[in-house]
Design a protein around this ligand. Structure first.
Ligand SMILES: Cc1cc2nc3c(=O)[nH]c(=O)nc-3n(C[C@H](O)[C@H](O)[C@H](O)COP(=O)(O)OP(=O)(O)OC[C@H]3O[C@@H](n4cnc5c(N)ncnc54)[C@H](O)[C@@H]3O)c2cc1C
Length: 560
């Protein structure tokens, strides 16, 4: 049996930041990750990370807080938002001191670019490869702090012993076999679930594993109906073209060449909040002013120098995947599933209702993003709340010592039998078939715009898929590098998250942030300014609600 004081599941920005902070507390820390750390989806982040440094124009944490509350369509918890916005500048300087190379302005200070719905240029960046820079800097720190990493270990269960978290079970992808990894404190940092949608910006590994593991262990998932659609993704494969393109001055045009954002956001134009821009695009396309199912992101007026120095990665993506050079031609783009505002319900230190079980990053819902996340706020959340969870979990070990919770041998034996049954099953369906049906269903029926009838169909389809997924057949029955098995485990997780999403969305009879109902077009604060909680009830989703924390800002109409 392996044992550590603190085990962090996930090695993206949130997981690594948490592990480093826990290790600084002088306790024994390990990371379990199904990917090599630098392959985590955080590494794909392009545009940047938000902190009110005030380097470009005057700015303040208060202003960052207000923009985030408004951007969340008043569903974000204001205490959590205040924490992030006030702690963000210190966290950015610390990343810089760790070695993160950020782009600089002419006077030598950290450069800041404007991002959607932000009152000031607030987004710190490293050209358009910010996530790649951060993930490598954090990995260096992880190595420097001598944190043990169980790499290519797929976590399959969170074990709860007498109401306390006892550790995790994980499948060793390289050698095969289930391992029990005991810990007094477990921090989930397993990222998002974009892969439940067709045409997503998310990596193949973003399959909501941690959310489903926590759900099955008895922790509610919060605000699962809120999936953000990014306005600028490539049609062919969903690859993201960063909001930084619009931040640097790019325009969105329809087939007539018009800047259609003038209709829905006459002031902010292309830099309105993402939900607003995605809906405007969807309407243009539906009304016949699209170009082959897309709208056009026009950067040609920025000139070759700016495109080559500020947006080199985006140019490369457009050239490789759309065959378009943005210096000369506009890039066809459309909305694609991008970021999940919902996740594991945690408090402002990242702790769940199960003592010793924490969550941070996209897997968690603190909630700082409410119904709609602002670009650049997610990386900041991974760092600030990753650090806080690592700090609190490390301190808990220092003050309380060994939690005493243990993983029984029978629990490990049961999990071994479950995996063996999956490997040996005959006569079922291939996971990939169900995965594709799920992704199409979610995109068509629970996408940018939603209705009662489409959501009812989506829910029935997801329930049918969950039934069919009980009878899977794997082509690869071996134990070494069995990606078929991983796909089956990921499919289960995504279907559970999808069930939570559609069940929450069907119940929420209003439009708020990314949840836009054609049959309930207004925000309804009297009935719906509350968080949705999805509980595991014998495998089914049971809904419940809890109030939003309001500190300073009463809800106002949201316009840009
Ligand atoms: C293309 C793209 C661009 C983006 N750009 C920006 C941006 O510019 N600014 C911004 O603020 N946000 C951006 N975002 C969002 C932001 O990058 C993510 O929300 C954030 O990086 C998530 O970090 P994380 O640490 O929570 O998870 P991830 O980085 O996704 O890491 C998840 C980790 O969990 C591990 N894991 C998952 N399941 C298991 C399991 N079962 N067992 C073991 N390990 C597991 C994985 O191996 C991985 O290490 C972008 C997102 C995408 C997809």
């Amino acid at each position: 049996m392996i044992r550590h004081d603190v085990v962090v599941v996930g090695a993206g920005c949130a997981g690594m930041r948490a592990a480093i902070e826990a290790k600084r507390r002088g306790v024994d820390v390990a990371v379990v990750s199904k990917l090599h750390p630098t392959r985590s989806h955080s590494g794909a982040a392009e545009g940047g990370i938000n902190a009110a440094l005030g380097n470009a124009t005057e700015d303040s944490p208060e202003s960052h807080t207000f923009d985030t509350v408004k951007g969340s369509d008043y569903l974000g918890d204001q205490d959590a938002i205040e924490i992030m916005c006030h702690e963000a500048p210190g966290d950015i300087y610390e990343l810089e001191h760790m070695g993160a190379i950020f782009s600089r302005s002419d006077d030598g200070r950290l450069a800041q670019r404007p991002f959607g719905a932000a009152g000031a240029p607030r987004t710190v960046y490293s050209a358009d490869i910010t996530g790649n820079v951060l993930i490598h800097v954090l990995f260096e720190q992880l190595v420097k702090h001598e944190v043990k990493v169980y790499e290519e270990f797929h976590c399959t269960q969170i074990v709860v012993d007498d109401g306390r978290c006892a550790g995790v079970l994980a499948w060793d992808l390289v050698r095969g076999g289930i391992h029990a990894i005991e810990a007094s404190q477990v921090i989930l940092a397993t990222g998002g679930v974009g892969r439940m949608y067709y045409g997503t910006t998310n990596a193949y590994a973003c399959t909501g594993d941690g959310m489903s593991l926590a759900w099955r262990a008895g922790v509610p998932l919060k605000d699962m109906e809120f999936m953000q659609f990014h306005p600028t993704t490539l049609k062919s494969n969903g690859v993201l073209i960063t909001e930084g393109c619009r931040g640097e001055g790019g325009y969105l045009r329809n087939s007539l060449g018009e800047r259609f954002m003038a209709i829905d956001a006459p002031n902010a134009m292309e830099l309105a909040s993402r939900d607003v821009v995605s809906r405007a695009e969807w309407k243009e396309i539906a009304d016949g002013r699209g170009v082959d199912g897309c709208v056009l992101l026009d950067l040609t007026h920025l000139g070759p120098k700016k495109i080559k120095t500020r947006l080199p990665g985006s140019r490369e993506l457009a050239l490789d995947y759309a065959g378009v050079d943005p210096i000369h031609e506009p890039i066809p783009v459309r909305p694609g599933a991008h970021y999940h505002m919902g996740g594991v319900d945690v408090d402002i230190w990242g702790e769940t209702i199960i003592p010793g079980l924490w969550a941070a990053g996209e897997a968690a819902c603190v909630s700082v993003h409410g119904a709609n996340r602002l670009g650049g706020n997610s990386l900041m959340e991974t760092i600030t709340f990753g650090r806080r969870a690592g700090q609190a979990a490390g301190d808990r070990v220092r003050s309380n010592g060994d939690s005493g919770a243990r993983i029984e041998a029978s629990v490990v034996a049961d999990e071994r039998r479950r995996i063996a049954a999956l490997l040996g099953a005959e006569g079922g369906e291939r996971p990939a078939v169900l995965r594709e049906e799920m992704a199409k269903t979610m995109y068509d029926k629970a996408g940018v715009f939603r209705t009662e009838s489409a959501l009812t169909e989506a829910r029935a389809a997801v329930h049918a898929l969950r039934d069919r997924a009980r009878n899977l057949q794997l082509e690869d029955r071996g134990s070494l590098f069995n990606s078929d098995l991983v796909q089956a485990l990921e499919l289960e997780a995504m279907l559970e998250c999808a069930d939570c999403l559609v069940t929450g969305a069907l119940a929420r009879q209003e439009s708020r942030g990314a949840h836009s109902r054609l049959d309930y077009t207004e925000r309804d604060d009297d009935r719906w300014m509350k968080h949705t909680l999805c509980w595991h009830d014998g495998g089914e989703v049971r809904l419940d609600y809890k109030p939003v924390t309001v500190t300073k800002y009463q809800p106002l109409a949201r316009s840009y």
